[in-house]
Design a protein around this ligand. Sequence first.
Ligand code: WTA
Length: 650
Amino acid sequence: MSEEKIYAVDPAFAANAHIDAEKYAAMYEQSVNEPEAFWGEQGKRLDWFKPYTKVKNTTFDPHNVSIKWFEDGTLNASYNCLDRHLETRGDQVAIIWEGDDPSEDQKITYRDLHERVCRFANVLKAQGVEKGDVVTLYLPMIPEAAVAMLACARIGAVHSIVFGGFSPEALAARIEGANSKLVVTSNYSLRGGKAVPLKANVDKALTHAGAKKSCEKVIVVKRVDKETEWDDARDVWYDEAVAAASTDCPVEEMEAEAPLFILYTSGSTGAPKGLKHTTGGYMVYASMSHEYVFDYHDGDIYWCTADVGWVTGHSYIVYGPLANGATTLMFEGVPSYPDNSRFGRVIEKHKVNQFYTAPTAIRALMQQGEDVLGDSDLSTLKLLGSVGEPINPEAWEWYNRVIGKGKCPIVDTWWQTETGGIMIVPLPGATAAKPGSASMPFFGVQPALVDNEGNEIEGAAEGNLVIKDSWPGQSRSIWGDHERFTNTYFSSFKGYYTTGDGARRDADGYYWITGRVDDVINVSGHRMGTAEVESALVAHEAVAEAAVVGYPHDLKGQGIYVYVTLQAGFEPTDELMKELRNWVRSEIGPIASPDLIQFAPGMPKTRSGKIMRRILRKIAEDDFGALGDTSTLADPSVVDELIEHRMNRK
Ligand code: WTA
């Protein structure tokens, strides 16, 4: 461990940063010892209609999990992102939008954005959306996505964004699960020059009885000038509706604990869960963490490459930056279009100061060589960020050298959909970086490691990563299922929030995330429940049984390895393999597409019939020398057969 590289804080950076090591230590201490005082003060970064008098009222007791912050205050998220900035920065650019095609862009000022949001909020109201209703957004990375989010927030509606890469089936389940009244989509999305028919997916989703029953209207942005199937009774063109709408829309006064959004994410069992985030605590946490983690200063141009379909897009493209009056860049396209230098071209074109992306994107660039960004001028960059999965030290070094030119701190941000905001991170100006380590807790965050029995482990050690007490950004519940929320996050280790990740803590107290300890895999920074992929597979007529595991993948971090036992009468052919791959894509979406499929005449099972995933994982990793004890298997010979026909050979 002494060989670990350490990158000290650059004193010149620290001198101009919001915090330095000393301030971090003092603030952190107060944040955990006097959370009421600390967050009571931080809460003032927002504008409240009715100020709060209570700050923290939370318990992780599994009999009664209850999380409330600023509970007697009232506010509006849209007001905090827009209205309050109009006087001081109405003409400042709020969103720089960079289209898929490099010749297309928009600069939207706070005043423009406010007007667009007011108009669309009025459209939602005219379509019957009321406070508390759920609106599903199935949109590409176009300004209308941010407008729709803020319009919902403005009138107290709850948005539920479904990533545009999800299939009609996945979309239908989420519309039904949230009992969503209205869907906002676009006729097509544009990525890498290709038009993807989003509206057609919505049409298909709404053929499912449950989704059809709850959803009454579909508002459609015309992104591509192409023929679009239309249902006059149900579908409304976005442009026509907003053109007719008033620009005056008063904000709804919301309680701090009123829901702001639902976001579905995968877990180890069952269908994806709709995590509920509320208004006050979430906004305070998103705003504070955006400012400190990215060392955002007035006038900076900040770019997060995530999609608004994921939590990163919620907190660090829209809510955090806009609450702070920042200029946030929204990118519609992909890093490889028109060519691999695109990220560099965008950084140069818009003079980006903070750049926040995912390790999978960094590795993809890295593969193209050091001159991948061509002659792009990257000199405006001051800071780089990483999110979604552990960043391997090689990728970290490359990011630092080739993109950051050795002068930008890298913030490796560990967090989750459930946490609402960044939890563990080397704060720039304060914390020396160790490549590959997410390092130290953010304010108010008390990480701990526990063994499998729930005993806390001290000092340098490895264990299950848990959090000891509440922080304001935390999810409050699973939509409509508080019991599942309690069971998933608060019952394995009593008194703690269970993250589902494993971590190692080194002698300096730095945290190193080792990956999921449950049956969730992380593919290109996207969370995927192996059970979800399995249930999609067994829904195919040829499949008798399926087991899905992750395996190390050079680009994606983890790849999806599928073992399939066929029904009698089906032959294991290349064609069937292809069909199964397409099947999963259509059931869940392209992000769930299996990388490797192995036809397995039998699965390694215990005598009680439980599939031993540990063995399947090892074989998928091509590491079968370390299979461990297989004597408890009902039929140990299955293992030899699996090894012989394994699909991953290093
Ligand atoms: C993983 C994304 C290591 C982790 C914001 C977590 C990370 C899951 C990091 C959450 C990181 C995210 N280092 N692992 N910097 N960031 N993860 O909900 O396993 O899409 O539990 O939220 O991604 O994924 P989610």
